[in-house]
Design a protein around this ligand. Structure first.
Ligand code: DX5
Ligand code: ZN
Length: 221
């Protein structure tokens, strides 16, 4: 199984986004956290910034929309250059219609679950999505502690994806580091977001390599 690393730029130096993206050119994706101060109590960046960085990023942009009304906003992130757009199950009105729209635009469609949102309602419609994001913190801020009780949801998701035979990626986001990535990989994740672990290290490039090796060594069977 291929293991993918998608560093979150939320805690990078926003005065030098191009330079910060260049540091992680060995990563598979650049995870861009969009927050609207309504769905989560924090405000980060929006369409104009995504539009600018998608033009200079050496790797594709994986947009995580922590916003209300993604039905209206998400397609605009594809127009802005994101190759993968993930919206929250708790915020969306018509998840199937939206995922189909994103795919028709040529992007990957992801659906994200807050820690208290169950996976079961999605089990019969996995084919509608390219990625399921299992949040391992309450969304809103970087640098929070990994919630290990999410591993049960992760295992259930992996079991359902394997049973379906579909190539749906399973992403984890929140508190992923050298200390937690093995457990997340063993529990079934194949796509790993790491914000502070990558950008607070002295060498972001090397940290991406280390995290990917750890994930590969502990991948779910
Ligand atoms: C949290 C964001 C995450 C976060 C990850 O709301 O969705 O992507 O920035 O940061 P760390 O890895 O520091 O938890
Ligand atoms: Zn995120």
């Amino acid at each position: 199984m291929e293991m993918r690393i998608s560093p979150s730029i939320l805690n990078c130096d926003f005065s030098d986004l191009r330079g910060e993206l260049d540091k992680i050119k060995n990563a598979d994706w650049a995870h861009v956290d969009v927050m609207d101060n309504h769905f989560v109590p924090n405000l980060s960046l929006g369409l104009p910034v995504v539009e600018s960085i998608s033009r200079v990023s050496p790797i594709p942009i994986d947009c995580h929309l922590m916003i209300e009304n993604p039905d209206v906003w998400a397609p605009q992130y594809v127009d802005a250059g994101a190759k993968s757009v993930t919206f929250h199950a708790e915020a969306v009105t018509a998840p199937l219609r939206l995922a189909r729209e994103l795919r028709a635009q040529g992007a990957r469609a992801g659906i994200a679950l807050r820690p208290a949102t169950p996976i079961e309602p999605l089990i019969d419609i996995l084919d509608e999505f390219d990625m399921i994001l299992i949040m391992t913190v309450e969304p809103g801020f970087g640098g929070q502690k990994f919630i290990s009780s999410m591993m049960n949801k992760l295992r259930k998701t992996r079991e359902a994806v394997n049973k379906s035979g579909l190539d749906v990626w399973i992403q984890v986001d929140g508190g992923i580091s050298r200390d937690t990535i093995a457990l997340a990989a063993e529990s079934g994740a194949d796509t790993f977001v790491a914000g502070s672990a990558v950008y607070k290290s002295d060498d972001a490039f090397a940290e991406v390599e280390t995290l990917r090796s750890l994930a590969q060594a502990h991948h779910h069977v």
